[in-house]
Design a protein around this ligand. Structure first.
Ligand code: UDX
Length: 468
């Protein structure tokens, strides 16, 4: 493939396909259709496609069901399991399939990405740009380019580009429609023009664009997620030091956040990060760097991972302390299962890890989450689930907040105090008002804060500065 190759004219409004309809793909398909593009969503999972085609989102994502129904009514969005139909329909194909961690290794499993690219390439007979959005180890796009060229019956008609995606679950719609930047990894001017046409409404409102080579575009994603994970583990490392000294990590984070060079975003201490991206991305990045002979450059990511794992164990320690030294046979209410609020995603969820560690110590664990119970029960059938918040805390000897849903943040400590057996709470997310809990007679503990902290001396704006 050379940089002047032009497989065909650039349509003003390219027709788009989105291959893979998970959190990323489904949101991308719906958002692009809402911008006026004709979009075809494709997945090998018939039940997912049936749900989406009937206007139902197969996972919890605020705002997405409403937008899906809106665009379905316009006829701009359809769904299929047929790659033949996709190949015939699309000018630009976005590949959004998953790259989970391989079993028994830190490497990413690329079989779904490879299969999507080659299946599509084998069927394309008109000019088309295949765009990877999945998070992949650097160098994958170059390898896929060769695979696509070898598989395609018309190699001159097909090019490959990379367009990493930075959306956050829970904010997927707004992050897709109003991203803070776009990154195009391209190998030709034609590919850049095709992508500019595919993102025209987003670029027209002044969204910053970085046009790069494939390798840089692949790296941007893992570099961004590694930085975010490092920032979280940094403040959690400070929490460990605070615990050894009696200092308060909440106040420390606030004081740091006023330095614009540091900033308060992703400086929220607590139970640490989980989810389908941050943990597996830092591991896959470290693994890839080792393959490339530069493992030392990102060796700190192993420590970032280890700090994160220690927060989970420390949360269990705090629960044990509040339970009087042992949780055996004690009823422990675990509030939250999702890896973060406003999501039903339980992949690598710190909350469920903690609940299961407590269960392993023979605690009588009850879990409640407003949205993630179905997924949690499938992955952790050994845990007991309550149907309501009140049921979960009824008779509890210790309550532990693991995912900071608004329902838990806004709960009344007086009301909760009437339901529990003992007023003891571990705030795993620094999300509760310690003063209010203490005033209502609770023993309140949080990671990185002294047990006897009475008041929080923060000005009002400081309270909002440290955020997830
Ligand atoms: C992340 C990236 O933010 C996003 O840009 C990328 O596209 C995908 O991965 P997501 O997995 O949706 O998004 O979650 P995110 O909001 O980043 O939170 C990750 C985890 O870190 C959560 O478990 C959250 O509870 C935790 N977190 C976040 C903290 O513990 N402290 C913080 O200050 C911020």
């Amino acid at each position: 493939m050379n940089t002047t190759a032009t497989p065909g004219p650039v349509p003003a409004r390219p027709k788009l396909t989105v291959i893979g309809t998970g959190y990323l793909g489904a949101t991308h398909a719906v958002a692009m259709a809402s911008l006026g593009y004709d979009v075809l969503g494709v997945d090998v999972d018939q039940s997912k496609i049936d749900k989406l085609a009937s206007g139902e989102v197969p996972f919890f994502e605020p705002g997405l069901p409403e937008l899906l129904q809106e665009v379905m009514a316009t006829g701009k969005l359809r769904f299929t399991t047929s790659f033949d139909e996709a190949a015939e329909f699309g000018d630009v194909h976005f590949i959004c399939v998953g790259t989970p961690q391989l079993h028994g290794s830190h490497a990413a499993n690329l079989e779904y990405v490879e299969s999507a690219f080659t299946t599509l390439a084998s069927k394309i007979t008109t000019p088309a740009l295949l765009v990877g959005k999945s998070t992949v180890p650097v160098g994958t796009a170059a390898r896929l380019t060769d695979m696509v060229q070898m598989t395609s019956p018309n190699p001159d008609l097909v090019q490959l580009a990379w367009n990493p995606e930075f959306l956050r679950e829970g904010y997927a719609v707004q992050d897709t429609l109003r991203p803070d930047r776009l990154v195009f990894g391209v190998q030709s001017e034609w590919a850049e023009e095709m992508l500019r046409a595919a993102f025209a409404p987003i670029l027209e409102v002044g969204t910053p664009l970085v046009v790069a080579d494939l390798r840089t575009a692949e790296l941007v994603k893992v570099a961004a997620n590694s930085f975010l994970a490092t920032k979280i583990s940094y403040i959690n490392a400070m929490a460990e030091v605070c615990e050894a000294t009696g200092a308060d990590v909440n106040l420390l984070a606030s004081a740091l956040s006023y330095d614009d060079r540091i900033g308060g975003r992703f400086l929220k201490p607590g139970l640490g990060f989980g989810g389908g991206c941050l943990p597996k991305d830092i591991r896959a990045f470290a693994h890839r760097a080792e393959e490339l002979g530069v493992g030392q450059a990102v060796a700190f990511l192993h420590e970032v991972d280890a700090i994160n794992a220690r927060r989970r164990m420390r949360t269990v320690d705090l629960v044990r302390e509040l339970a009087g030294g042992s949780v055996k046979g004690k009823r422990i209410a675990c509030l939250g299962a999702a890896f973060k609020p406003n999501s039903d995603d339980i992949r690598d969820a710190p909350a469920l890890d903690v609940a299961d560690m407590l269960r392993a110590e023979s605690a009588d664990v009850v879990v409640y989450d407003p949205e993630a119970m179905k997924n949690a029960a499938k992955a952790y059938p050994q845990l007991t689930y309550a149907e309501t918040f009140s049921q979960a805390i009824k008779g509890a000897e210790v309550v532990v907040l693991l995912t900071e849903w608004d329902q838990f943040r806004n709960a009344d400590p007086e009301m909760m105090g009437e339901l529990v057996a003992h007023k003891a709470i571990v705030d795993g997310r620094h999300a509760l008002d310690a003063t209010a809990y203490r005033a209502a007679g609770w023993e309140y503990r949080a990671l990185g804060r002294p047990a006897d902290v009475k008041t929080v001396r923060l000005s009002e704006d400081a309270k909002d500065k440290v955020t997830v």
